[in-house]
Write a protein that binds this ligand. Sequence first.
Ligand code: NAD
Ligand code: GLY
Length: 359
Amino acid sequence: MRTLNVDLGARSYPIYIGTGLLRADLIAPHIPGRHVLIVTNDSIAPLYLERAQAMLSGFDTASLVLPDGERHKTLETVSRIYDVLLQRRMDRQTTLIALGGGVIGDMVGFAAATYQRGVHFIQIPTTLLAQVDSSVGGKTGVNHPLGKNMIGAFYQPRAVLADMDTLTTLPPRELRAGLAEVIKYGLIMDAEFLDWLEGHMPQLLAMEHDALAVAVERSCRNKAAVVGCDEREAGERALLNLGHTFGHAIETATGYESWLHGEAVAAGMHMAAYMSQELGWLSAAEVERVRQLLLAAELPVRPPAIAPERFRELMAVDKKALAGRLRLVLLKALGRAVVTAEFDDAALTRTLQHFASAG
Ligand code: NAD
Ligand code: GLY
C-alpha cells in the first residue's frame, strides 16, 4: 500500500492507494464517533456494499442506496441523505462514507459539509476518475438545472481509500475516461509522468493493478501538491482544468449524454494543445505526441462538428470566464500549463475552425 498526504494544516488527510484496502484497521482510526452512514448507488451496492458494511461492523452503521447517474446529482437527492441522517438522529460526530464514483463522492461530500454545519466524511472512490481526481481536494457539490456543479462547497474528507480491486468491475469506457484525467497531470505539470504513461498505456488499459496504482499515486501526488498550495482555486488550482473549457462546451452541446466527461476533456486537451501550437508555444511534433497518447488510451481527440461561433458561445458560459473574459488553460510546454486570459483571440478562432472542419 502507498500512502500520500494532502497537506492542508489541520485539515490534512491521507490517501491510501493499493489493493485489499476495505479493511477495518485502515478506516477505523478515521472515524471519531459511533455513527456511520455509507452512501452508494444501485450499480455499486451489489458489488461492494456488503464488503464496506463488513469493514464497518464495529460501528453503528446504516446504508443508503441512491439511484445511479449524473442526472440524480441534485439537491433533491442530497435531501434523501439528510432524511436518513435526521430520521436516525445521527449527530455531529457522524461519519459519511462515499462509496462510488465522482457523482456519489461529490454529493456525499456536500451532504457532509452541510449536515449540522459539517460532519466527518471519508471517500472510497470506485472509478479511476474518482480515484485520481474527484475524491481528492475537497470540491463537493451538485448540479443545478442552469449549470453543472453550480451548488457546492469546499470540504475535505478525513481519508481517501483508493482500492485498485474496486476498479476490476469498472466498464472499460469509464476506465478510459479516467485515463484522460491521468494524462492531464502529465500534460500540466509532470513531463516525466507523461513519458511513463507513453510506455505503460497497454498495461493501464488491461487494468494491471501495479500500473494502475502507480498512475493513481502519481496523479494524486500532483493533485495534492496543487491543492496544498491553492485549496480554494484562487489561482494555480485552475490548471487542473486543462481541456475542461473546450470539454464543457462539448458536453453542453451534446446534452451531457453521449460523451463522458473524461472523453470531452480528452478532445478538449487536444484542442488546448493545438491552440498552444497556434500561439507558438508547442511544436507540431509535441501536439502530435499529445494526440498519439490520447489515441493510445482509446480516447476521442476531436469534438463533434460544432460551428466555431457556437463553440465559442458554449465556452463563454464556463465558470472560469471571469468578468466576461474567457480564461483558458494552455500549454507553454509539455508538462507546463498556464491559466491565461491574455491570448491572441485569432489563435482560438483558428483552433475552432480547424476542429470544426476536422470534426
Ligand atoms: P460516476 O460517478 O457517474 O461513475 C460512472 C459510472 O460507473 C456510474 O454508472 C457508476 O455507478 C459506475 N461505477 C462506479 N464505480 C464502479 C465500479 N467499481 N464498478 C462498476 N461500475 C462502477 O462518474 P465518475 O466519472 O466517477 O465521476 C463524474 C462526476 O465527478 C461528475 O459529476 C463530475 O462533475 C465529478 N467530478 C468532480 C471533481 C471534483 O473535484 N470534485 C473532479 C472531477 C469530476
Ligand atoms: N477537478 C478540478 C479540481 O479539483 O480542482
